[in-house]
Ligand binder design. Structure first.
Ligand SMILES: [Zn+2]
Ligand SMILES: [Zn+2]
Length: 170
C-alpha cells in the first residue's frame, strides 16, 4: 500500500465522510478523533482519559494547566488573600474579645481559599498555597499590636484554613 496523496485525502474527505488519517501518522487510517481538539488520531496516539480519548498534545496541555497556574493567577491569589485578610483581621482586632478569633479565623481563611479558588479558574499552582498563606499573614500583621492574642490565633487558624484549599491532589 502506498502513502495516500495529500490531495486525494482532501477530495475523499470532501466527497463522503471518508476515512480519516492520523494527524501524526498520515498513513494510518483511523476513525478516532480527539474529543477536545477534534483532530483524527490513530490508536497509538490516543490517550484514554477519564473524559474520553484525547491526543497527546491535548493531554499535555491539560496537565500543564493542572499543575501550573499562570503568573496572573498568583497575582490575583496574593491580592485577594491580602485584602480579605486585612479586613478580617482588622475586624477581629477591634472586636476585643479574643475568643472570637476561634470562630472568625477559620471562616475568614475558608472564605479566602474559596474566593481565590474561584477567581483563579480553579487552576492548580505548585506555589499557590505558599502565596496565599504569606499574604494572609501579611494582611493581618498591621493589627497584631492592637490585639496580639486574637491576631496570634488568627495567624495560625486563618492561614491553615486558607492554605488547606491548595494542597495538591495528585
Ligand atoms: Zn487533541
Ligand atoms: Zn498516530
Amino acid at each position: 500500500m502506498t502513502a495516500p496523496d495529500r490531495t486525494e485525502v482532501t477530495e475523499a474527505e470532501a466527497d463522503a465522510e471518508a476515512t480519516l488519517y492520523c494527524t501524526v501518522h498520515p498513513t494510518v487510517a483511523t476513525n478516532l478523533r480527539c474529543n477536545r481538539c477534534g483532530r483524527p488520531m490513530c490508536t497509538r496516539c490516543a490517550v484514554k482519559t477519564p473524559v474520553g480519548y484525547r491526543c497527546r498534545e491535548c493531554v499535555r496541555s491539560q496537565q500543564d494547566k493542572f499543575f501550573d497556574a499562570q503568573m496572573l493567577d498568583y497575582l490575583i491569589a496574593g491580592a485577594v488573600s491580602l485584602v480579605i485578610s486585612f479586613f478580617a483581621a482588622g475586624l477581629l482586632a477591634r472586636l476585643g474579645w479574643f475568643l472570637f478569633a476561634f470562630f472568625l479565623s477559620p471562616a475568614a481563611g475558608g472564605l479566602i481559599g474559596r474566593v481565590v479558588w474561584q477567581l483563579t479558574g480553579k487552576r492548580r499552582g505548585r506555589y499557590m498555597g505558599m502565596v496565599v498563606g504569606a499574604n494572609v499573614i501579611v494582611g493581618a500583621l498591621p493589627f497584631f499590636m492592637l490585639n496580639p492574642l486574637a491576631i496570634g490565633i488568627y495567624l495560625f487558624m486563618a492561614t491553615g484554613a486558607a492554605v488547606a484549599q491548595f494542597r495538591l491532589h495528585l
